[in-house]
Design a protein. Structure first.
Ligand code: ATP
Ligand code: MG
Lengths: 251, 338
């Protein structure tokens, strides 16, 4: 096992999972996961389909309760209503109101954080601008393309400028140019001190993150800075680790 | 809560079909029933057999029936079966006999009324005068049941719409996102009630005005009291809708609840007079919010009760709304572990 906390320059561990497990019925979907992510750090949950990425993110959000182990965010035990104020969550599905316009969606989600009036409106425009949706703000979401919905969903998660962000496959179906812009956003949010967890099943997304946690069959098979992982992996290909993990499990 | 309500209002306004379902469809159904249950223009055919001539003559003066002479030697039963008349009238030593082809309340009351008044025109002492404290003889079935329809139609439409709306929130996963924000669960449920409540107010105003001025339903009570009752009933309907959709996984499952939740309420709403229900089944109606809504509406619109006289119904409806509100908070809370 490569699971350990690496030495970094980051000062504060923001999200901490300690021996977390979760089963659905008899099926153990998350098995004894321990993981820490710092403020200002972008961490990536890399794993194949069905590995448990979404489940792990939902555990951190507080939508699910862990069967064993403990999750804390900034020292506060999850699930907690207090943390919702500071959390930005982008689910894997779109989770938008298709019968409202993009702007109305953002006004609604922003309003849930007690933003009001001019402030709310200004924030919505700013966020739309950031994700290149300003010209489509008055179009019904049902008429949006897949990538536009993804961006709006991300916008909804960013409306209240959260301290920590949990993004479930945020860039699937987004073209390379836009993807680059979005990653630049993530970097600048992290530079501002936000802690970001992104799930993905592609290697090149992971390469953009500060930390990579490999998840396979509900277990963490590696967790280190992306740099270290790349250094220690045969051929510099993180995905090799999956095959190693698979073989390791077979024996 | 206002934010939630605002969003729901925007969604309904965008969806012309839902808007029509809340505001126009109840009026259309009301009109349709008005036409179907209104005064019948049907004139039953009565065949007479061996009646004294003056009586036949008196019968012929009655406009509500058409009198013919029974011909041939077939029995009255066979005569009716062949469809030549709706009733056969005869007299023998036991008295007068009216044989009807079938039990049909419209035809029956037309024929018996005509026979009674024909008899009275011969012998004025035999005049029977039937009068009612509330309503008049000759009012149509619609006039006497209209108040029920106001309650039933509004309840059904609002239930369906709010149920569908909340289930859509579930199927699009927005409910999980919603419940992972600082929003308070009572605000979610309250927002639903408020958002639909706005349309319920418009709906009840429209229905009452339409019934009173277009269909000329004979209302005597205060219309604002009737509206208050309709509004409370609508809030209960929203609460039912949210509750049912919180335990349904799809629109189809919401529909499956209709026979369970809505239809019995219609049976016990007073459509079949509750006092006359057999097997002491009337206690079931005391569990149904629609019964209190419809009773309240009847008390106001037919008996002319004032707000102070229908407080039991108003209070019980408030109680239902509050109880369902609390249940809904628990039902919606399950979407959030915190
Ligand atoms: N609500 C649930 N009930 C039962 N099993 C579930 C539930 N949610 C997830 N699972 C199971 O948990 C396992 C992990 O699912 P999860 O959605 O976390 O995977 P994932 O890594 O996000 O996959 P993908 O990349 O396809 O999104 C799967 O085997 C799935 O069948
Ligand atoms: Mg997933």
């Amino acid at each position: 096992m490569l699971a350990f906390f690496s030495r970094t320059d980051y000062t504060k561990i923001m999200i901490l999972l300690n021996a977390v497990s979760k089963s659905f019925g008899k099926k153990k979907v998350i098995d004894n996961v321990t993981l820490g992510v710092h403020s200002g750090e972008i961490a990536c949950l890399l794993g194949p389909s069905g590995a448990g990425k979404t489940t792990l993110i939902r555990l951190i959000t507080g939508a699910l309760r862990a069967d064993a182990g403990e999750i804390t965010v900034d020292g506060i035990k999850v699930p907690s209503l207090k943390l919702f104020e500071r959390m930005g969550f982008m689910p894997q599905g779109d989770a938008l109101y298709a019968d409202l316009t993009g702007l109305d969606n953002l006004l609604f989600f922003g309003g849930l954080y007690r933003m009001k009036g001019k402030e709310l409106k200004a924030r919505a425009f700013e966020t739309l601008e950031m994700l290149g949706l300003l010209s489509d703000k008055d179009v019904l979401v049902s008429k949006y393309s897949g990538g536009m919905k993804k961006r709006l969903s991300l916008a909804a998660a960013l409306m209240h400028r959260p301290d920590f962000l949990l993004l479930d496959e945020p860039t699937v179906g987004i073209d390379p140019i836009l993807r680059q812009t979005i990653w630049r956003q993530f970097k600048s949010l992290a530079a501002g001190g936000a802690c970001i967890i992104v799930s993905t099943h592609v290697m090149d997304e992971a390469a953009k993150c500060d930390r990579t946690a490999l998840i396979y069959g509900g277990s963490l098979v590696a967790n280190d800075t992306t740099e270290n992982l790349l250094k220690n992996t045969p051929g510099g290909n993180i995905e090799e680790l999956f095959f190693m993990a698979k073989e390791g499990k077979a024996c | 809560m206002l934010n939630m309500a605002k969003r729901i209002i925007k969604q309904i306004l965008r969806d012309k079909r839902s808007l029509a379902m809340i505001l126009i469809v109840p009026l259309l159904l009301l009109s349709l029933l008005f036409l179907l249950l209104g005064k019948s223009a049907y004139v039953p055919v009565v065949a007479t057999e061996s009646l004294p001539a003056p009586f036949v003559e008196a019968l012929q003066n009655q406009k509500a029936i058409r009198v013919i002479q029974k011909e041939g030697s077939e029995t009255a039963e066979a005569y009716l079966k062949s469809g030549k008349a709706d009733a056969v009238l005869s007299i023998d030593a036991d008295g007068m006999h009216i044989l009807f082809k079938e039990m049909d309340s419209v035809k029956m009351s037309a024929v018996t009324d005509a026979v009674k008044s024909a008899a009275a025109s011969i012998n004025p002492q035999g005049q029977m005068n039937v009068e009612f404290v509330y309503g008049k003889q000759g009012e149509s079935l619609f006039d006497s049941l209209g108040f029920l329809l106001l309650g039933i139609l509004s309840f059904f439409m609002i239930f369906l719409l709010s149920g569908m709306s909340f289930v859509r929130e579930r199927t699009s996963d927005t409910v999980e996102r919603l419940m992972l924000t600082p929003v308070k669960t009572p605000s979610v449920v309250g927002g639903y009630a408020l958002g639909f409540g706005v349309f319920a107010v418009i709906q009840s105003v429209l229905m009452i005005l339409f019934a009173k001025f277009v269909l000329q339903m004979p209302f005597i009570g205060e219309w604002w009291t009737a509206m208050l009752i309709m509004l409370l009933l609508a809030v209960v309907a929203v609460m039912f809708g949210v509750l049912v959709s919180a335990v349904s996984k799809s629109e189809f499952q919401v529909m499956q609840f209709v026979p369970l939740v809505i239809i019995p309420q219609i049976f016990f709403s007073g459509l079949i007079p509750v006092e006359t229900l057999p097997y002491h089944l009337n206690f079931i109606s005391y569990l149904m919010p629609l019964y209190y809504g419809c009773t309240g509406l009847k008390n106001v619109l037919v008996y002319g009760y004032s707000m102070l006289q229908v407080w039991p119904q108003i209070l019980i409806l408030c109680g239902f709304a509050a109880a369902l509100f609390v249940l809904n908070i628990f039902a919606v809370k399950k979407y959030r572990a915190a």
